[in-house]
Design a protein. Structure first.
Length: 371
């Protein structure tokens, strides 16, 4: 068996993650203004697409660091340029899409160009464009070209096409690696390092979720509501930790595509659950709509973390019985919420049935298999 040496995660990488999580959490402002008791579908669509765009920008830089990063002076400089662009982009986020079009896409282009420069330096060192670095340059060049076209569309007053160009950029970034493979050696990918980066990003996102729920903790109106909200988030976090940190074998050679794509949905679902809880607190949306938003977000979260069961230690298999039990908790909790749409306690208890039930199944799995 090949012994995998874990690559150390540097503090600058944690700093980088913090900035991106701030940007992603700021996006929830796009979906916190209901119209006639529901969130407009176009707002949800823009939120999801911009979340994917930002997460993909994070992943491009993270992939470079995972494969080649040595944190030399030029890497620090380009990382700082990248982060500055993220901060500028974050401050452009607005429900008025036309106002954020230009600075958002300019910032994305700058972020991607910093990664292109890094891969170009690596390809120069290798003396070839046929390897993984050259492969990444090709893919990123296509994506950057799309963002340039988006900027031209803005300049020439074709703003309605920009969101679709951003969609195209996301799809190209996600699927071109399957078609433009080059001489890719998966040995350059350090899977333990990649897992830790995604864990850090997710943990910080959970932290942002807790911060976003602090308005429930009102010392002037003491109740069990904030306690229930806290346990909902902590049991979701517990499910994530058991599934990703405990049950997965991190010492392996993998391209980690499943890990990457599933975490896009993990991060987005955590933020949408935070939005649903926030809307529950404000009472600004139709309860049935909020039920749909909450249940879909929870299902996406659990399906996304469970998609990583392929990385379990040898001999660990999620049984059909365990899958059925986890599904039963989702159905039971959904029913409780549906029967309690006008009762905040009933809604939160229903959500907790889902999150605690699934956490308990995974926790038992962890105890039975690894203890």
């Amino acid at each position: 068996m090949v012994r995998i040496i874990k690559k150390e995660v540097k503090l600058i990488e944690l700093f980088y993650d913090l900035i991106f999580v701030y940007a992603i959490s700021k996006l929830t402002s796009l979906v916190n203004e209901p119209v006639n008791g529901v969130l407009p579908l176009n707002s949800i669509f823009v939120y999801v697409i911009t979340s994917f765009v930002i997460l993909q920008a994070w992943l491009y830089f993270t992939n470079y660091v995972n494969r080649y990063g040595e944190w030399k002076d030029y890497e620090y400089i380009l990382a700082c340029i990248n982060m500055i662009a993220v901060i500028f982009m974050t401050n452009t986020i607005s429900t008025q899409w036309n106002l954020m079009l230009l600075p958002f896409n300019v910032s994305m282009l700058i972020m991607l160009l910093t990664v292109v420069v890094l891969y170009s330096i690596q390809a120069y060192k290798e003396g070839s464009l046929s390897g993984a670095a050259g492969n990444s340059i090709t893919i990123l060049s296509v994506v950057c070209t799309i963002y340039v076209i988006a900027l031209l569309a803005i300049i020439f007053d074709y703003a309605n096409a920009v969101i679709w160009l951003d969609v195209a950029a996301v799809l190209c970034g996600a699927f071109l690696p399957f078609f433009i493979k080059g001489k890719f050696n998966k040995n350059i990918i350090n899977f333990p390092h990649m897992v830790e980066r995604f864990e850090l990003l997710t943990i910080i996102t959970f932290g942002e979720a807790i911060v976003g729920m602090t308005h429930f903790f009102d010392v002037n109106n003491l109740s069990l509501i904030p306690i229930l909200v806290f346990f909902i988030i902590i049991t979701m976090f517990g499910s994530y930790v058991v599934q990703i940190h405990n049950l997965m074998n991190h010492s392996r050679e993998e391209r980690s595509l499943r890990l990457m794509f599933s975490h896009y949905f993990v991060i987005i679902s955590i933020n949408l659950i935070t939005v649903a809880l926030d809307l529950l607190h404000s009472g600004a949306v139709d309860p049935l709509f909020n039920w749909v938003l909450m249940i879909i977000s929870l299902i996406v979260f659990y399906v996304s973390i469970m998609a990583n069961k392929e990385y379990y230690y040898d001999g660990i298999v999620l049984s059909l019985k365990e899958i059925v039990i986890m599904g039963a908790f989702i159905v039971l909790g959904s029913g409780i919420i549906l029967l309690s749409l006008e009762n905040v306690y009933g809604i939160l208890v229903g959500v907790l049935v889902i999150t605690f039930g699934n956490f308990k199944v995974l926790l038992n799995k962890n105890k039975n298999e690894l203890d």
